[in-house]
Design a protein around this ligand. Structure first.
Ligand code: ATP
Ligand code: MG
Length: 506
């Protein structure tokens, strides 16, 4: 199998097709052949790489170790994209790495990695490791432990995609490629390293990564990489839910969430990839809303703004809530209790399946719970401005307007109200939001009133309901001014909450 694998990789496929390597080490029976390229010739330049990552490599190399920038930082730089972060791989042990820097700490218990800190930047530095042949797995082949150090070559082989297994030495200006990643990058092909089905079994999360990278990079997925997913998707059920949640957030916060979801639809992965994806992908009625919400999320991420998971999940599950809310009202229930019941039933069903953390659920309830008040507009509704999560509720209402679920006048009324000074607000309070009012009476005002609540006045939408990981549980914050609440501050977007997972095991 190993031989077949190398044949496939090097036997005249796209790996050999693009760009002659500057140098090639002789093939050995023990592993793939190394190709080296001059970085600048491939279009990667030191200036694109974070100073902190370069310093980390320099210091480790000066201490006699190998050290390279790896993963997304190299891949994205080669593609002319702005990398999210830079990781370093080295043959130094975590302890040796830590000893080489003034500010560095070892994190992780089973597999240690080192966070090397320069100013506000942290470079995740990991020691080369190998995939074990006899790794401990569950009954489906999922690797439970992956904590054996290895050579650089082994480190390349245990990575997920060929384009994620490029090593860049910023000091020597050299890209090292063991697996044909440069050729795949040029051909814009996402190719799993090794036998795709086996690699998905080892770590089913890789299936989500396939979808995410294909959408983010707009790459063609190698047919052999794509093929096993439909059959193996259900293995995602065995992945610890916290890890799934993290990876799901990465997908949704990739800046390409809409493209990811469309790809899932196009590839027929509607079912079973993840319960949440089923919810998103299988909503005929809610399609417009989800598309608007995801497009809005993508725009925020691309503008470098934070995205609050609570807000995001509130949008993703809204259609379910909304259908049940309407059904209950149609059956004669009052609006508010009907909404509460609808929220409870959806959250009971979905929250544990999706492993949505409690603090996000509190945000979701607040955002949904504000909707009937906001829909009413008028004097009573203006008190909603006092609500801790008014801003998120208002942003959510605007999404509903954009999706055609509510009249545009209502959205305009709120925007005018939020942006208005006290005289404008008084005037607006006398007008019912559903009324078609002459445009002059509601002239939009962009100036923020000095007395207006900041949380209500900032033109920065969707997402400040719960800057992740900051505010803790919802308790304790009730009645606080939005600006006092750390969750209302802009937090540079990073998904997750837990440290970014490296490879398989949780
Ligand atoms: P981005 O950070 O832009 O999402 P990335 O490729 O850097 O993309 P990370 O999750 O930061 O992705 O992981 C860094 C590198 O670690 C990857 O490029 C890949 O080489 C390796 N890696 C991460 N997760 C896995 C996995 N599940 N299986 C194998 N290798 C992985
Ligand atoms: Mg990364």
């Amino acid at each position: 199998m190993v031989i077949a694998f190398f044949k496939r990789l090097f036997g005249g496929g796209p790996a050999g097709a693009a760009g002659a390597p500057a140098a090639a080490a002789p093939a050995t029976s023990s592993g793939p052949r190394l190709r080296t390229y001059k970085g600048s010739e491939l279009g990667i330049h030191r200036e694109q790489i974070s100073q902190a990552a370069i310093r980390t490599c320099e210091i480790l190399q000066r201490a006699g170790f190998k050290a390279y920038v790896v993963g997304g930082g190299v891949r994205d730089s080669l593609l002319g994209l702005t990398p999210k972060d830079f990781d370093v791989a080295t043959d130094a042990t975590p302890e040796q790495v830590q000893a080489s820097f003034r500010r560095a700490r070892i994190i992780g218990r089973r597999f240690k990695i080192v966070h090397v800190m320069f100013g506000r930047e942290t470079i995740e530095t990991s020691t080369f490791r190998a995939l074990q042949n006899d790794a401990e797995t569950d009954e489906h082949g999922r690797v439970l432990r992956d904590n054996v150090f290895g050579t650089q070559q082994e480190d390349a082989l245990r990575r997920d995609f060929t384009v994620n297994a490029l090593y860049y030495d910023p000091i020597a200006d050299q890209v090292q490629d063991w697996l044909g990643g440069v050729a795949d990058l040029k051909a814009r092909t996402l190719r799993m390293i090794g036998d795709p089905a086996t690699r998905y079994r080892e770590d089913p999360v890789r299936m989500l990564r396939t979808v995410r990278f294909a959408a983010k990079l707009d790459f063609h997925v190698d047919p052999a990489t794509l093929a096993p997913i439909a059959e193996l998707a259900e293995l995602l059920e065995n992945v610890p839910s916290a890890r799934l949640f993290d990876e799901m957030l990465k997908l949704l916060e990739s800046g390409h969430a809409l493209a990811c979801v469309r790809r899932l639809r196009a590839e027929g992965l509607h079912h079973g990839v993840l319960p949440l994806l089923d919810v998103i992908v299988e909503q005929p009625d809610g399609e417009r809303f989800i598309e608007v919400a995801l497009a809005n999320t993508d725009a925020r991420v691309r503008a470098g703004k934070s995205v609050s998971p609570g807000f995001l999940f509130a949008t993703l599950l809204w259609q379910l809530v909304s259908v049940r809310w309407r059904a209950r009202q149609a059956a004669g229930e009052h609006s508010i209790p009907a909404l509460m019941e609808a929220m409870d039933s959806v959250l009971d069903e979905q929250a544990s399946k999706l492993a949505i953390q409690r603090r996000y659920i509190a945000d979701m309830r607040d955002i949904w719970g504000l909707q009937p008040r906001l829909e009413k507009g008028g004097r009573g509704a203006a008190r909603a401005l006092e609500h801790l999560r008014f801003r998120a509720g208002y942003d959510f209402l605007l999404l509903r307007v954009e999706a055609g679920e509510l009249p545009e006048e209502l959205g305009r009324w709120w925007t005018d109200f939020v942006d208005g000074d006290s005289a404008t607000r008084e005037q607006l309070l006398d007008a019912r939001p559903g009324d078609a009012r002459p445009a002059a009476a509601t002239k939009r005002r962009r100036r923020r009133r000095s007395g207006a609540r900041k949380g209500a006045g900032e033109g920065d939408a969707a997402g400040d309901a719960g800057g992740e990981g900051v505010g803790g549980e919802d308790g304790g914050t009730v009645g606080r001014e939005p600006d006092d609440d750390p969750r209302w501050r802009e937090i540079p977007g990073q998904g997750g909450g837990s440290p970014r997972d490296r490879d398989p095991p949780a």
